[in-house]
Design a protein around this ligand. Structure first.
Ligand code: C2E
Ligand code: MG
Ligand code: MG
Length: 752
């Protein structure tokens, strides 16, 4: 049954039912006509029944109402709970402002946002206003006023309120204004959420973005597939690529090719193991320039620990490199002369000594000290002194390469010659230093003369370390200075003496050549069978004004070292050819004239050309010319010798191998050489015929010559029994004091 809800209808229903019951019941009793007592009883029962029925009805109605109310209350509580939970989940606090009464309801959550509970928070708009941040207050109140004045309904804002702990919290507020039926503001209701953290995050993101954009370092971010997802302006500035050009690309775009696979493998290993790598890497800019950069790469992991991105931060270090290079240069080079300074020079010596000890090589260290340089400085000023040092450095550098020149400080230079195999070479180098300084220097219109003293130490003989070599060169320098300057001195005294002698001899030889002090002597060559003189060998002599006649052994080696030998040999060749022409013209029948050719000249590719010119100029029949080359010169470079001998042979002249037996010939090679004669060295003739070894060698050489179809000549024959012995062996030609000494041409022919 559906019960009426309103109290009035219920009351009316009750009144109607009661009246019907009373009137209806009484009428029925009258109608029944019962006696008075029975009527009274029945009336009593009817009254009791009425009370019972209405009581039951009331009970039923009240119970029903109570049930319904409980249901409603439960529903309301549930929805209230749901609202509270929703707000709680959203971290939102609720406020509800009764505009007229100025009373505000703040939810528990709202109060908690600011560190209060509802009891202590207060519920007036004034107490709330007081908590507004001074900087936000005016703006916030203005917005609310405008809202209330203009009747706008929706509202949102962000501002700061003071927390109980004194700090300010950012709240994001959204709400709604409800108007009454007259359009007047009635309630203003909404929610607030604490966005302090979000604002801070946004702020730091903004800052990070500003850093990202404005930093001098290039930044590049890739995803896990190594495709570029982000670059900053510095990246573009450094590499020349705009962001659009590289987004979605792989960083291998910048590879310079300077690093091998091992380099990249190490880089990736570091990233896999430690999550970071930093180091120097050379990359390529858009304009193809390769440049060095310092790069830090970091692997960024997501919440699950898997790599999600790689961030590379790098800076262009080419300018650092350049200044490093400059610093390095300053540390190792003398700024005035641009020559290696003492430090670098010492390092070079150290390396040279190490290399030499490994390769069993030798070398020399020369300390060069300018004589009386102080006077230049004092009289002409330091500026002029500096200029002079610079010019000296340049001149020495030009004339002494490939030796390493360094400026060790002040007026001291150093020279390192790694090719110096013996002391002579070092003394020649020192002499070149002295010579190159003899020409004057022009500084600021002044003509300056300067000389130098030089101390020489040799490695490994005089030392095996930089310190030892420098110290010994220094004490040699001291000796050079004290023995009159413009001089050089070795660390060891007798080497100095020997070198000085040699140098003097060299100078004299030059002069001797110029002043035509050289002579050609001729030694007869005989046929051992009939003893006839069939040819001569031209041998050079030096008619020295003081020393007298100097034998070739004393000056040929110097001539070879200094290159003078070329001029000497060609001169001798020319003289010999001219002399031969004279003899032939006089009817002296000589088969040939033999001329020695130095191994130095022999190594010279122009020998054929020179010989041809002499033959042409002198009109000499090439068949009457024999060139002697020593066995050792041939075997030094057999392939080259074969080539040269073949070309000489093509000129139509004859070839002999001199000093045969001393040069370790290979038979196979000998066979291929286009020679006519072997000259058995005199050292094997000397002991003949008694010495068994000499005899065996002589026999072997003669047999060898015969089997190769070569003529064999024995040198240095002094005794008749040597002639007999050699002839018995089958040797057909001989030369030696037994037949005649080397002598001037007129003398030789006078004896015929
Ligand atoms: P070589 O070509 O083997 O000359 C033979 C040398 O033996 C000559 O010495 C000669 O004087 C010497 N000699 C000859 N017969 C006898 C003897 O019976 N007993 C002794 N003990 N010695 C004898 P020399 O003239 O002093 O020449 C020495 C070397 O100098 C020559 O050896 C040759 O290699 C070189 N030489 C000489 N003249 C020239 C030249 O114009 N140019 C070049 N490049 N080298 C030359
Ligand atoms: Mg000779
Ligand atoms: Mg000889």
């Amino acid at each position: 049954m559906k019960l009426p809800r309103s109290p009035l209808s219920l009351t009316l229903l009750y009144a109607a039912a009661a009246l019907t019951w009373i009137i209806g019941g009484d009428s029925l009793l009258l109608y029944l006509g019962l006696d008075r007592e029975a009527t009274i009883d029945m009336g009593m029962s009817k009254g009791i029944a009425f009370v019972v029925i209405t009581s039951l009805a009331m009970l039923a109605i009240l119970s029903q109402l109570q049930r319904e109310q409980r249901t409603i209350r439960a529903t309301i509580r549930r929805s209230e709970e749901r609202l509270a939970m929703a707000m709680d989940a959203a971290q939102e606090g609720l406020w509800d402002w009764e505009v007229k009464s100025e009373q505000v309801f703040f939810s528990q959550r709202y109060c908690e946002l600011l560190g209060y509970d509802r009891e202590t928070f207060g519920n007036t708009i004034e107490s709330w206003e007081k908590r507004l941040h001074p900087q936000d207050r005016e703006k916030v109140l203005h917005v609310i006023d405008r809202l209330l004045d203009h009747g706008e309904t929706s509202y949102s804002n962000e501002f700061r309120l003071q927390h109980r702990d004194g700090s300010y919290r950012w709240l994001q507020v959204s709400g709604r204004l409800y108007l009454d039926e007259h359009g007047k503001p009635q309630r203003f209701l909404g929610t607030s959420v604490d966005i302090t953290q979000r604002r801070a995050d946004e702020e730091s993101l903004r800052q990070a973005a500003a850093v990202f954009d404005s930093t001098q370092e290039g930044v590049l971010v890739t995803d896990r597939e190594l495709l570029i997802v982000h670059v900053n302006p510095a990246f573009s500035r450094i590499t020349g690529y705009s962001a659009e050009e590289v987004l979605g690309q792989s960083p291998s775009l910048f590879k310079s090719g300077r690093h091998d696979r091992l380099f990249y493998r190490r880089l990736w290993n570091a990233l896999d193991e430690r999550g970071t790598w930093s180091g120097e890497i050379w990359n390529r800019r858009k304009d193809a320039e390769v440049f060095p950069m310092w790069q830090c790469i970091r692997a960024i992991k997501d919440g699950s620990g898997a790599v999600s991105h790689y961030v590379a931060v790098f800076s262009d270090i080419s300018s650092i490199k350049n200044s490093q290079h400059e610093l390095d240069y300053l540390a190792h080079y003398d700024p005035l002369t641009c020559l290696p300074n003492r430090l670098l020079f010492s390092e070079r010596i150290e390396h040279a000594v190490q290399r030499a000890s490994r390769d069993k090589e030798r070398g020399a260290v020369l300390l060069i000290d300018l004589d009386h340089f102080k006077i230049v400085n004092e009289s002409l000023g330091h500026n002029t002194g500096d200029q002079l040092l610079k010019l000296i450095g340049e001149r020495l550098e030009e004339s002494l390469s490939p030796a390493t020149l360094g400026r060790l400080g002040g007026d001291e230079f150093g020279l390192l010659d790694e090719t110096c195999q013996h002391a002579e070479q070092a003394s020649q180098l020192a002499q070149r230093v002295v010579d190159s300084l003899t020409k004057p220097f022009e500084v600021d219109g002044e003509t300056l003369f300067i000389s130098a003293s030089i101390g020489i130490s040799l490695y490994p003989d005089d030392g095996n370390s930089v310190e030892e070599l420098m110290r010994n060169a220094d004490s040699a320098l001291y000796r050079a200075k004290s023995s009159g300057r413009q001089n050089f001195s070795f660390y060891s005294q007798d080497m100095t003496t020997r070198a000085q002698k040699r140098i003097r001899l060299e100078a004299e030889l030059r002069q001797g050549i110029e002043q035509e002090q050289l002579r050609v002597y001729y030694q007869p060559i005989h046929n051992l069978n009939d003893r006839r003189m069939i040819g001569v060998e031209a041998l050079v002599r030096w008619q020295h004004p003081e020393r007298g006649l100097v034998p070739p052994d004393q000056f040929i080696p110097i001539a070879e070292d200094t290159g003078l030998i070329t001029a000497i040999d060609i001169w001798v060749l020319r003289q010999a050819c001219l002399q031969m022409q004279v003899w032939l013209a006089r009817g002296i029948e000589l088969e040939f004239v033999a001329v020695n050719v130095s191994s130095r000249l022999f190594g010279n590719g122009d020998l054929g050309v020179e010989v041809k010119r002499v033959l042409d100029e002198t009109g000499m029949d090439p068949r009457r010319l024999e060139l002697e080359v020593t066995e050792s010169a041939v075997m030094e470079n057999p392939d080259r010798a074969l080539q040269l001998l073949t070309s000489l042979r093509a000129l139509g002249l004859r070839l002999a191998i001199d000093d045969f037996g001393t040069g370790y010939s290979s038979l196979a090679r000998l066979k291929r050489l286009p020679v006519d004669k072997l000259k058995l060295d005199q050292s094997f003739v000397r002991g003949l015929p008694q010495d068994n070894d000499d005899a065996a060698i002589a026999r072997a050489v003669v047999t060898l010559g015969q089997s190769l179809g070569l003529r064999v000549l024995a040198e240095g024959i002094e005794e008749e029994e040597q002639v007999v012995f050699l002839r018995q062996l089958g040797c057909t030609l001989g030369q030696g004091y037994r037949f005649g000494r080397p002598q001037p041409p007129e003398q030789l022919m006078a004896g015929l």
